[in-house]
Design a protein around this ligand. Structure first.
Ligand code: MN
Length: 202
């Protein structure tokens, strides 16, 4: 599917005369195979963290109300949201309150991811296929988050939203005491807090 079709829902929800969010479609096709991730702290009507993985040229997205944990015992609800264009990975700023997703957006963490998931025959399973299967296993290389994570789609059907769980894999980067969403509150892009972003962008 072409990128413009995939992000139709994203564009439909926004008025780009009022919001400074990216329209999408400007990045070169060669960027489409990059394996990047971004986590945007979003102070909207409810504070949440938008977890996004670039898969096949679009940012597949989940809203994580409590944010990611480095404790492998903690499962975090991750509600699937509409695909965002690649350009959104660098977006930080304010969105007018009356616009969809209005509020303040911070690039809380970003970096690259890798996956080496294999099927029973030993063949590599692509992230797109993992997404369809409802079970994604990947390793992050970010500023705040590193190591293995799992996204698992919950079975319950007939709901408006697709609910997933985000969980840290119990590896060398797991740390139950760290609580990065509490102690690491600055943008990895600009070093700003949410308050500073609000003040400077208004
Ligand atoms: Mn959001």
């Amino acid at each position: 599917m072409a990128e413009k079709d995939v992000i139709k829902e994203y564009r439909k929800k926004r008025d780009f005369n009022l919001s400074s969010e990216p329209f999408g479609g400007s990045k070169h096709k060669k960027d489409k195979d990059k394996q990047i991730f971004v986590i945007q702290k979003h102070d909207a009507s409810n504070l949440h963290y938008d977890f996004r993985l670039l898969i096949d040229g679009v940012l597949k997205s989940w809203a994580v109300p409590k944010g990611p944990s480095t404790d492998p015992q903690k499962k975090r609800l991750a509600v699937r949201t509409e695909d965002h264009p690649m350009e959104y990975a660098d977006f930080e700023g304010t969105i007018p309150k009356d616009q969809y997703g209005g509020g303040i957006v911070m690039v809380w963490d970003s970096g690259t991811y890798a996956t080496d998931k294999k099927d029973k025959e030993g063949n590599q399973v692509s992230m797109l296929q993992q997404l369809k299967n409802g079970h994604c296993t990947f390793s992050l290389k970010g500023h705040k988050l590193n190591g293995g994570f799992v996204l698992l789609r919950m079975k319950k059907k007939n709901e408006k939203n697709e609910n997933w769980l985000l969980k840290k894999v119990d590896d060398d980067e797991a740390d139950a005491r760290r609580k990065p969403t509490k102690t690491e509150n600055k943008s990895v892009l600009t070093g700003r807090t949410l308050k500073q972003i609000e003040k400077e962008e208004d």
